[in-house]
Design a protein around this ligand. Structure first.
Ligand code: AMP
Length: 173
């Protein structure tokens, strides 16, 4: 079954929670977008087929040192996302059978996506509100990359280090 890819809901007018204001304080200076992060980490996305077994998926995750894969059909269309969390849940529910289940059995079909021009703060808000740590970036139909919360933190830390260095140079002359 082909799943719908929902556009992200990035409404900011509503009341901010405490964690949202913390995020805002951390990243409000950043002009970075999803594309800035992808330019730095790369555009490659590891994917599996809906019929691949969970055993195969764990091997793919181990080989690439990643915690999520996109699930794509034979035409290259994204039909879901599958992360470590889904596999842990699968083993808790069905300890004996999970390795033989398929990616389609455990994946999330309603995938929240971003676009290359989505601001960094909106990526974090989306992850925080949706309680997930990965967002595929779509440029029209094309899958432009996949951003994890670790990628966002790493990118922003580099930016902060660079800003601190610039300030230091201004002071020291
Ligand atoms: P994660 O925190 O990314 O490991 O994912 C937690 C749960 O959210 C898992 O059930 C994932 O399949 C799901 N998930 C991860 N990323 C997304 C996304 N971008 N859109 C919708 N669900 C997601």
């Amino acid at each position: 079954m082909v799943s719908k890819s929902k556009k992200p809901h990035f409404g900011h007018e509503s009341m901010h929670t405490h964690s949202q204001s913390v995020e805002a304080a951390v990243v409000e200076q950043s002009k970075a977008t999803a594309e800035s992060i992808l330019s730095s980490k790369g555009h490659d996305v590891i994917s599996v087929r809906p019929t691949d077994t969970i055993h195969k998926v764990t091997e793919v995750m181990k080989e690439h040192g990643i915690g999520s894969v996109l699930v794509k059909d034979q035409n290259g269309h994204m039909v879901g996302i599958l992360t470590e969390r889904d596999i842990v849940r699968g083993f808790a529910d069905e300890p004996d059978d999970t390795f033989d289940e398929t990616a389609a059995d455990l994946m999330t079909k309603e995938v929240i996506t971003a676009t290359p021009d989505t601001p960094l703060l909106d990526l974090l808000r989306s992850m925080s509100e949706g309680r997930f740590r990965h967002i595929p970036v779509l440029d029209g139909e094309h899958i432009a990359g996949l951003i994890s919360i670790g990628d966002v933190v790493k990118f922003r830390l580099r930016e902060l280090e660079y800003e601190a260095l610039k300030l230091k140079q201004m002071i020291v002359g």
